[in-house]
Design a protein around this ligand. Structure first.
Ligand SMILES: NC(=O)c1ccc[n+]([C@@H]2O[C@H](COP(=O)([O-])OP(=O)(O)OC[C@H]3O[C@@H](n4cnc5c(N)ncnc54)[C@H](OP(=O)(O)O)[C@@H]3O)[C@@H](O)[C@H]2O)c1
Length: 330
């Protein structure tokens, strides 16, 4: 019988010595955001100990309600659970205020990880509103040159200040940093981010240069859209289906294993409570099977998140990004 263990038992050590669970629950809402409350409660009862949320998602309130009940029911204590939130680009000018709002909505004194959501600066008001500011022509309104601007570095420096001068977060990190942005950031800062949260899955294996550079600099990769986001296209690939059947696990668990066995955190979401209960097994895929999964991205690369501010972020294969290089054809 192929070997299968539990993904919820795996923890990684961050560059500051703190531990992070390898499997977390994402909380981008699918439809009604209040559904996130039951998703979080179901996940924690199934063994999840990492919840990924953000000021932008509108779900912190429901994460907070779920945590309050889980604490009252004695299912977990605050220190048993790892909570991540993020500062959105339209609130770039005051990350501490954004974090204060998140803590209040979550009903917590601290988060475990505070991330810079995107390395760009949008023109929000003093409360970060609106999250998608537009100019008179309907284009996104930036407070910085989206290609050559450096305000994104100042945002991270403010995160460093929050870490050094308050008890509001245990760690700080980044999200959506391409190799280009990361190389601009690292020489300017004192505290290395503990993670870089990016889109990653077998169809993006051509981002291995970014993964290797991050790992060399002790920045752990946290994978979002691991299933390809809405519709979960990755789970329909024949190789993923074949491996699920070989190990007698769900397709979700094959994708989770692809990341966890290589030291990457993954934070899938589902509005289906039965699914959440059935994604905690960790099939011990062989090196050869991991390589076969990588080959999906070498032959048929695909990026599923191409948000409209990708003018200068510099990820491979990002449609509409001036700095983006095309995927290599293999
Ligand atoms: N930092 C960032 O910029 C960023 C960007 C995107 C996401 N994230 C984080 O990463 C998390 C996950 O990424 P994601 O939201 O893009 O989605 P994902 O986890 O890649 O995929 C979620 C989708 O997969 C579907 N799904 C899951 N299991 C399935 C199954 N067995 N069969 C069919 N469909 C299935 C879900 O539908 P059901 O609801 O029907 O199960 C949902 O539509 C987010 O919630 C968020 O916390 C961060």
């Amino acid at each position: 019988m192929p070997e299968v263990t539990k993904a919820t038992d795996v923890y990684f050590t961050l560059n500051n010595g703190k531990k992070i669970p390898a499997l977390g629950l994402g909380t981008v809402p699918s439809g009604d955001p209040s559904g996130v409350k039951d998703q979080v409660k179901t996940a924690v009862k199934a063994g999840f100990r990492l919840i990924d949320t953000a000021w932008y998602y509108g779900t912190e309130k429901y994460v907070g309600e779920a945590l309050k009940e889980l604490f009252e029911e004695g299912v977990v204590k605050r220190e048993d659970i790892f909570i991540t939130t993020k500062v959105w680009p339209s609130f770039y000018h005051n990350p501490e205020k954004s974090l204060n709002q998140s803590l209040e909505t979550l009903g917590l004194d601290y988060v475990d990880l505070f991330l810079q959501h995107w390395p760009i600066a949008l023109s929000g008001d003093e409360n970060g509103k609106p999250p998608g500011p537009k100019d008179e022509n309907g284009n996104l309104k930036y407070d910085d040159d989206p290609v050559n601007g450096t305000k994104f570095i100042e945002v991270y420096k403010n995160l460093e200040k929050i870490l050094e001068t308050t008890n509001k977060t245990k760690s700080i990190g980044i999200s959506n940093y391409s190799l280009d942005r990361l190389k601009k950031l690292l020489p300017e800062i004192k505290i290395t981010p503990v993670v870089n949260q990016i889109e990653f899955h077998p169809q993006l294996s051509q981002q291995k240069d970014l993964i290797e550079f991050s790992e060399k600099n002790n920045i752990r990769i946290e994978c979002y859209s691991g299933y390809g986001g809405t519709g979960a296209p990755l789970l329909k690939l024949p190789l993923v289906k074949d491996l699920a059947s070989k190990y007698n696990v769900t397709e979700n668990e094959i994708i989770n294993a692809y990341d966890i066995l290589e030291g990457r955190i993954i934070i899938p979401r589902s509005s289906n409570l039965e699914r959440i209960k059935n994604i905690t097994k960790l099939p011990q895929l062989t090196k050869d099977e991991l390589k076969q999964l990588d080959q999906l991205g070498e032959k048929d690369p695909k990026r599923y998140v191409n948000d409209p501010w990708g003018y200068g972020i510099g990820f491979k294969g990002w449609e509409g990004d001036k700095l983006s290089e095309p995927f290599e054809k293999k």
